[in-house]
Design a protein around this ligand. Structure first.
Ligand code: BTN
Length: 267
């Protein structure tokens, strides 16, 4: 990846289509000038498995649990990959590993100075650096296909308000990269991850696991529960040490409500 003049939108379609010709799983791409959400675009709804839909600008992106994904004009990557339906936990891992690998590639190939940042995954699928979110993944099932939505913060100089403490970007981390290069890296990484075995995906998750050994507040069907994460089986759930002893929290009914305090010393 190179830090040069921004690649014009007119070049995106050709660059992505050329890349798809080299890949085995994602065989076509559609680049939209603007859409509310790449998850909801007509092109995504009509797409067959093996399609990437992206947008130069996404104005009303959606996140997990009905949250918004901030419109940062043309500073981020917004990508929706239409793939064959499979277990949601596996797709979440595929998205997590691919997003983290793409961010790592961007940080490794172009940074202004200093040490390379450590790119982690906060279960189930946030890409994080120093506790701040760099990328997010949204999995949605639609009949025979599923849509893996991935947003990556690329060239934002800063985040305002509440996001200032929770979000980061490749630029803030010192990487001056063009969005199309990040998107191409993500396309390649996702294509590879789609054919990985569960064991391989799990091993790659563990290599980047940022949640284990830290304290977090979890939302569970029984209410909020706080504790230290002892271990994570990314497809099934987490073992958490609480004041009342160790508890297994199933992946299907658990989410991280609050995280970001100091790492637990005893790790
Ligand atoms: C999250 O962290 O909550 C998931 C964020 C997912 C954002 C991406 S951007 C591309 C795709 N389109 C959307 O509307 N959402 C996903």
């Amino acid at each position: 990846m190179s830090a040069v003049e921004p690649v014009a939108f007119a070049e995106w379609q050709g660059r992505l289509s050329a890349e798809c010709m080299r890949l085995g799983q994602i065989r076509s791409a559609v680049a939209l000038a603007e859409t509310s959400s790449t998850q909801d675009a007509q092109e995504t709804r009509a797409a067959r498995a093996g399609t990437l839909v992206t947008a130069w600008r996404q104005t009303a992106g959606r996140g997990r649990f009905g949250r918004n994904w901030a419109d940062t004009q043309t500073a981020g990557v917004a990508a929706s990959f239409v793939v064959e339906a499979q277990a949601g936990e596996r797709l979440a891992l595929i998205g997590a590993v691919a997003a983290a690998d793409a961010c790592d590639a961007a940080l490794g190939s172009s940074r202004e100075s200093g040490q390379r940042a450590s790119v982690g995954i906060k279960w189930p699928n946030d890409t994080v650096v120093d506790g701040k979110k760099l990328a997010g993944v949204l999995i949605e099932r639609r009949g025979d296909v599923a849509v893996i939505g991935i947003g990556i913060n690329v060239s934002q100089d800063r985040f305002e308000g509440e996001l200032a403490h929770r979000a980061t970007s490749l630029a803030i981390l010192g990487a001056r990269v063009d969005r199309i290069d990040v998107l191409t890296a993500l396309l390649r990484a996702l294509d590879v991850a789609l054919t990985a075995t569960d064991d391989d995906l799990i091993a790659r998750f563990h290599a980047r696991d940022a949640l284990r050994g830290t304290r977090a507040l979890f939302a569970t069907p029984e209410g909020p529960l706080e504790g230290e994460v002892v271990s994570i089986d990314p497809m099934h759930g987490l073992m958490v040490r609480t004041d009342a002893g160790e508890r297994f929290l199933p992946a299907a009914s658990t989410s991280v409500a609050e995280w970001g305090r100091a790492r637990v010393q005893s790790r």
